[in-house]
Design a protein around this ligand. Sequence first.
Ligand SMILES: C[S@@+](CC[C@H](N)C(=O)[O-])C[C@H]1O[C@@H](n2cnc3c(N)ncnc32)[C@H](O)[C@@H]1O
Length: 278
Amino acid sequence: MRYEAISPAEWERLEGAEHDRIYSGSSPFFFSDEHIDPAKVLVWEDYCYKQGRRRDRGHRTKRLFELMGVPRLHGKKILDVSCGNGQYAVLFAMLGADVEAFDISPVGVERGGRIAAANGVADRCRFTVQNASSMQYPDATFNIVVFHEVLHQAVKYPNVREETLRVLKPGGIAVCAESLRGNVLLDLARKVTMRGGEAKGDVILEIADFETFAEGFSDYRLETMSLLFMAKRMLQGQVHRGAVRSFLRLLKSTDDVLLSAFPGLSRYCGECVAVFRK
Ligand SMILES: C[S@@+](CC[C@H](N)C(=O)[O-])C[C@H]1O[C@@H](n2cnc3c(N)ncnc32)[C@H](O)[C@@H]1O
């Protein structure tokens, strides 16, 4: 079933409830309580698995951080779109930014407020329930708008691009970290683990989707990454093993060689970061 078969209002209801369940009682990052240690998050490894946990997204997150100027965020006004349980919003506030964050999940937003308070940044990190289709901020408010693993859900809703352009200051940037369609290993893993994915509302993005989102921005850059390295998805839960980590490092170095020798292979990469400048 294609996502268009369900109305945006119905998606909001379905996904809001689904994410309420996911964020209920959740902790930020890999920490066991509400306290975040930014130094530990920033040295998160490229394939940031923690023993026994299913995390593999550090590679693109690390690059997204670089593009945002992390850790030098003092004086930056940041919007974290679809913030989930607020872990990134709180991290950015702890690094000195003034942050607004929203999500359609009331539970996520409530968790975000608690995590902000527990880390002493509630005055610099405000959470609200909103839809990315109609953001409740004045025009030209933000230096940086963050879409961290969000666009694959937000593309189902109208006006997200227009709203992003509206709330960005002139010269400000929207940054986006995502998975991509087209990587054989990732598509295989999706078939096995997600049964296609889209029925749940996760739209598997293509490079063309980013090009469409870029309309109206003055500048746009897409960086693709992870070719053979996407095998990490099939090794989830194994990465605490030294041999597996060595194997993944080898895949990553092989990717570097392959992608610089054959740039056309970049369209088969499994992840990307994108920067859109207003
Ligand atoms: C994969 S999660 C990512 C959460 C967070 N950015 C992170 O990286 O931890 C996607 C989030 O998008 C939210 N979401 C989906 N569609 C949305 C919309 N139209 N407006 C606001 N939030 C939305 C979901 O509730 C969910 O929390």
